[in-house]
Ligand binder design. Structure first.
Ligand SMILES: [Mg+2]
Length: 239
């Protein structure tokens, strides 16, 4: 750990928004449309299970591609079920996921208030998501809290993907600070690994995603949700 903290980079799904509320309907729809395109609607549950969602238990499998992969990795998991490459189904599957994930949703807390408080402390704010740039833009479009953001990126923004260090490095370059001044907050092991790979100053995990505490053990701290992050960051930001 190092200080002082001058910026905070948030993951989006499972961090700003409850993971299952956003993604379970989106993944169900994507698997349904993929199975329908194969002419095998009966495969829907098998596709979901292969990608990391246990339909019977309504639970995500830790480390699976549905938790932290992108659309191409999810389609590769689908292909493993059928044993057939279908590159033509990537774009339509991604379109279904984008459509569903861009629907209005409630954040885990009042983001306008939280981001406003963090900005009032002089912190720069960013979002780094494994969702697409277009899907992120659709969510930000009508959000009052987007005015607080200094940086946003998706998996297709050209900064690489998690758990690589590129998204943190790009944020650091954008605000002219070292990665060691950035606190990364996320719900997945990939967020924590990204923070470590980039040399971020703090790696904060939250419990609003599908990963149990045992999968987040490499974080500096595990918080119930981002609302508790302000106190933590304030402590380290003052050092
Ligand atoms: Mg997440």
């Amino acid at each position: 750990m190092t200080g002082p903290i001058r910026a905070v980079l948030f993951d989006k799904d499972g961090t700003l928004f409850d993971f299952a509320a956003v993604w379970t309907p989106a993944y169900r729809a994507a698997a349904q449309s993929y199975a329908a395109a194969l002419g095998r609607p009966d495969l829907t549950d098998a596709l979901l299970r292969a990608a990391g969602y246990d339909v019977a238990r309504d639970r995500y499998i830790p480390g699976s591609v549905l938790i932290s992969g992108d659309a191409s990795e999810i389609c590769a998991a689908f292909e493993a079920v059928t044993g057939r490459a279908r590159p033509d189904l990537l774009a339509p599957t991604e379109a279904v996921m984008d459509h569903w994930s861009a629907r209005p949703r409630a954040p885990v807390c009042d983001l306008d208030a939280l981001f406003g408080d963090l900005k009032a402390r002089g912190l720069a704010l960013g979002i780094a998501t494994m969702d697409s740039r277009a899907a992120l833009a659709a969510i930000l479009e009508d959000a009052s809290w987007q005015r607080h953001l200094d940086f946003t990126c998706g998996y297709d923004s050209g900064h690489g993907t998690k758990p690589g260090p590129g998204m943190v490095a790009a944020f650091a370059a954008e605000i002219g600070e070292a990665p060691s001044t950035i606190a990364v907050i996320g719900d997945s092991p990939h967020d924590i690994a990204m923070a470590r790979a980039a040399g971020a100053g703090l790696a904060i995990a939250v419990r609003t995603g599908p990963t149990p505490d045992s999968g987040l053990a490499l974080a500096d701290v595990i918080l119930d949700d981002i609302a508790g992050a302000l106190d933590w960051i304030a402590e380290f930001g003052d050092r």
